[in-house]
Design a protein around this ligand. Structure first.
Ligand code: ADP
Length: 199
């Protein structure tokens, strides 16, 4: 067990996944908040049962899985429903994150979360590593990666913390404005830094 947690965050398209893959190559366990958020509402989970109890059976697909599109349209422009959903999801996500962080075996563990700052998950972290990129580059890389429109990326960017808000919480920063080939050296240096801090 390790109790040294490094939060990894950055806006959409900033390079979090690319960076967390590099930490994994150094043998570091990664807990992914997005994966946890999806896993806790899979068919048969207590969290899904609570969601059905709150919103009704119509948010289920015929196979018993969550109908994500139905849930999205339900909370879209309905703040009360959104708050209800958050009050079910957030404690369940936090509990599962803690469970996975405590189960980690590497000398320190990475908690990768796009909304680390927004959802105050930085409270669980000893360090906060921000993958930093200008918004224009975030937009371009996301458009290259995903089948989305410019307007959709802009809406996501507007819903996330600003670059300045993220940097204000950072204890370390990875500059990803260069080529991806520049990342391994930055990650290795940080890895050694975190190993030293855990000793
Ligand atoms: P995130 O997980 O933060 O959304 P990704 O790691 O998926 O970001 O990176 C976004 C996209 O940009 C991916 O297609 C990735 O391969 C690419 N990418 C990452 N770093 C760089 C870089 N330095 N230069 C060019 N493309 C990059």
């Amino acid at each position: 067990m390790t109790n040294f947690v490094v939060g990894l965050t950055g806006g959409i398209g900033s390079g979090k996944t690319t960076v967390s893959d590099l930490f994994e190559q150094h043998g570091i366990d990664v807990v992914d908040a997005d994966k946890v958020a999806r896993a806790i509402v899979q068919g048969g989970t207590p969290t899904l049962a609570e969601i059905v109890e709150t919103f009704g059976e119509h948010i289920l697909l015929p196979n018993g899985n969550l109908d994500r599109a139905a849930l999205r349209s339900l909370i879209f422009s309905n703040d009360k429903a959104k708050q209800q959903l958050n009050s079910i999801m957030h404690p369940a996500i936090r509990a599962e994150l803690l469970h996975q962080l405590q189960a980690a075996k590497s000398p320190y563990v990475l908690l990768s979360a796009p909304l680390l700052i927004e959802n105050k998950l930085d409270a669980l972290c000893n360090r906060v590593l921000v993958v930093d990129l200008a918004e224009e580059q975030q937009k371009q890389r996301t458009l290259t990666r995903d089948q989305v429109s410019e307007a959709q990326v802009e809406a996501i960017l507007a819903s996330q913390a600003t670059r300045a808000q993220r940097l204000a919480k950072a204890t370390e920063v990875i500059d990803n404005s260069g080529t991806a080939a520049e990342l391994p050296a930055q990650v290795e240096k940080l890895h050694l830094h975190y190993l030293a801090l855990t000793r």
